[in-house]
Write a protein that binds this ligand. Sequence first.
Ligand SMILES: N[C@@H](CCC(=O)N[C@@H](CS)C(=O)NCC(=O)O)C(=O)O
Length: 248
Amino acid sequence: MKYELYYWPSIQGRGEFVRLALEEAGADYVDVARLPKREGGGIPALMRYLDDADIQRAPFAPPYLKAGRLVIAQTANILLFLGPRLGLVPADEAARIWAHQLQLTITDLVAEVHDTHHPIAASLYYHQQKREARRRALHLVGERLPKYLGYFESVLKSNPKGRGRMLGRTLSYVDLSIFQVIAGLRYAFPRVMRRVEPRYPGLIALHDYVAARPNMSAYLASERRIPFNEYGIFRHYPELDAPMASRK
Ligand SMILES: N[C@@H](CCC(=O)N[C@@H](CS)C(=O)NCC(=O)O)C(=O)O
């Protein structure tokens, strides 16, 4: 199966969780909007399934994946579909539902990270909502991050199969997503992360394990891995990092 991923061509964003799964599995895929326009790529290609009112089962927003005749949106839903096909989730139903549940929780965290730089509206610029962003980041760092990361650390520790994976014995797409969350948080909030990382040794070890896997390290060193930047989900605004220090 040749997969077509449709996502914004200049950011990691939510699409990166899907890219990581495709890359780890060595899947045959095209990152459609990153192709040159003359080869059918670019933003017009991304809009193809978003702007056409006649399309049935149309996605609401990127990322979406085309697999044969299926067009699938919502990051966690795409991974629910890809997981078994790419060998990135255990075979039994209970494990698949559990993986999906964890991925949905990661989706919630991603939305909350996004809302630190866009707490009022995605349609406004960051500089138009900086005051609110500082307040929001204060709460993310002080309350929400400890809750999410503490939860994921305890999930890792309580995996009955052990071995430092989020579920089951072998690598799953949830492990890849935890890698991305840690990498993203380190980019966006380096001072905060330096302070809190010792509380989450399992998640950090999992991040390092994923980064060192052959397909992952090749991908991360390649041009296919778009660098973090201030257009995606994980943005580095120094004034939002360690906000406890700039509470006024
Ligand atoms: N819950 C969806 C969120 C999708 C989403 O918000 N996509 C962003 C890009 S990362 C977008 O283009 N949104 C446009 C919009 O919401 O109007 C997911 O996890 O895939």
